[in-house]
Design a protein around this ligand. Structure first.
Ligand code: SF4
Ligand code: FE
Length: 484
């Protein structure tokens, strides 16, 4: 297993093309850019904790393929216990980083692809699963970070992939050769992509029979020829060129560090292709990945909420309101919501079942309900944190003002709270609250792992509404179900 430092060193060896604010970065210095540095530190935590004996039970496990000890982020779940430990692990890492550490996307993509390739092979006589196992063994043995790449840019949402004016709106195969395929298109919102080693491409939706070229799943190094990453902006990212206080979470950043990844005629050899034209399985792969990832959110956002709750409580203590009953009441409300998120993820894991490949899969309905809760409860948790924070959380002077030889003394004096707590500490916690509860962080809770509408679509499919009608009809003594 790599150490955090080995992980970072390995990233410098890539010949990756990353643009930030219109400029191409030098490939060996990508991880030093102020927009990217914190996200790398956060992902590095998934490596560092694997070497911490206190976390070994959650962070490491044994590969079912090789019997080697591996980082859990490269594991295929073999039991409900594995699914539960994943959620516990996510909450723990979030408590230490206060943000996204990105590695779960590839983790989930690998689990989804593992199971679905097995099922394709059973039905179609292909050999995708063996290919994928070889790839997975390589990832496990070298402890690599894989970015899961599902979301296409989608163009006109009222049209199917095959109906788009520009066929590149969905990643597709443009040429099949004897030695592999050439693919073209772009993937959006790619969490952790610029600090990964590989990307695992999956289709973005179920494909129709005539959309075979869009039913493509394959693995590509993030620095393969033809791949360009365009890094996204975040709320307050200009502060990353300043000192640390105003950033709120300068070490680990806010959210995952997303980019748009352009695939401009990228060659993929056949041994890294795991679906190519099997349209019937495209929707299954999407659903498998989406449910795995949605089930995470009560773990990771539960842990992030722990940090927000802690920051709100500290802030209140720093200004002398910590013992006020209305503050305690708000903190209790926040705790209730954070634990509700966590409970749903644990439930989805406890109710998990083996797929035909042997890989364990979460309960789909509960996974979707959990993610849907995140789209609401995080807003409420953050609303209460901002309520406790007060206006000063968003209007306070900067770190530069605090450190200014002329006016620093006034910032120091007039932002003082209770006696004994340095003004700088109060400012640091206020800025943490401000940055964790605003802008990009909220949008991520809404749309990460799929927008609320995507969860509602799953309810119609999974909730058994007809059965519920029968329950009611039986009890009310009406309709066919009532006449036994
Ligand atoms: Fe992992 Fe959460 Fe980040 Fe998704 S949002 S990659 S589950 S930490
Ligand atoms: Fe996410």
């Amino acid at each position: 297993m790599k150490t955090a430092q080995e992980y970072k060193d390995s990233l410098r060896e890539r010949k990756i093309r990353v643009y930030v604010m219109g400029e191409l970065l030098e490939s060996d210095k990508v991880i030093d850019h102020p927009f990217i540095r914190g996200h790398v530190n956060s992902a590095a935590m998934t490596y560092a904790l694997a070497h911490n004996s206190e976390c070994a039970d959650l962070m490491t496990t044994t590969s079912h393929l090789t019997g080697h000890k591996i980082n859990r982020f490269t594991h295929v779940h073999q039991s409900t216990d594995d699914l539960i430990k994943k959620i516990q692990m996510l909450r723990m890492i979030s408590q230490k980083t206060g943000t996204c550490y990105q590695r779960c996307v590839g983790f989930d993509a690998m689990n989804a692809t593992y199971g679905v390739t097995y099922e394709i092979d059973q039905a179609m006589g292909t050999d995708y699963h063996e290919r994928f196992k070889k790839f997975l063994t390589y990832i496990q043995d070298n402890d690599l970070m894989v970015a899961g790449a599902m979301t296409d840019v989608k163009g006109d949402r009222s049209l199917r992939p095959s109906q788009q004016k520009d066929p590149d709106m969905f990643v597709h195969v443009v040429e099949k050769r004897e030695d592999g395929v050439i693919i073209r298109g772009a993937k959006a919102h790619m969490t952790g992509m610029v600090n990964s080693h590989w990307m695992l491409i999956m289709p973005t939706m179920g494909m129709a029979e005539n959309e075979g070229e869009y039913a493509i799943s394959c693995a590509i190094p993030v620095d393969a020829p033809g791949v360009t990453h365009i890094f996204g902006r975040q709320t307050n990212d200009g502060r990353k060129f300043e000192g640390s206080i105003d950033q709120g979470n300068a070490n680990y950043g806010i959210v995952g560090g997303e980019c748009m990844t352009v695939l401009d005629d990228v060659f993929v050899p056949w041994d890294k292709v795991f679906m190519c034209g099997e349209t019937k399985f495209s929707g299954l792969l999407v659903e498998r990945f989406a449910c795995y990832h949605r089930s995470n959110y009560g773990g990771c956002k539960g842990g992030v909420s722990d940090v927000v709750i802690g920051a709100a409580a500290l802030w209140a203590d720093y200004q002398g309101t910590g013992k006020a009953s209305h503050i305690k009441d708000k903190l209790n409300e926040m705790i209730h919501m954070a634990e509700t998120l966590y409970a749903c993820s644990l439930a989805a894991s406890c109710m998990g079942k083996a797929t035909p490949s042997g890989a364990y899969f979460v309960d789909r309905l509960l996974a979707n309900v959990g993610k849907h809760n995140v789209t609401k409860l995080i807003y409420d948790i953050d609303r209460l944190a901002q309520d406790i924070g007060g206006g000063i959380m968003a209007t306070m002077p900067s770190e530069a003002d605090l450190k200014n030889p002329e006016i620093g003394k006034w910032v120091e004096k007039y932002l003082q709270g209770v006696d004994g707590v340095p003004t700088e500490d109060r400012m640091r916690v206020g800025r943490l609250l401000e940055n964790m509860t605003g802008g990009t962080a909220l949008v991520e809770s809404m749309h990460g792992a799929g927008s609320p509408q995507a969860q509602k679509v799953m309810y119609s499919k999974l909730s058994g509404l007809e059965e519920k009608k029968k329950f009611a009809a039986h009890i009310a003594g009406v309709g066919h179900s009532g006449k036994e």
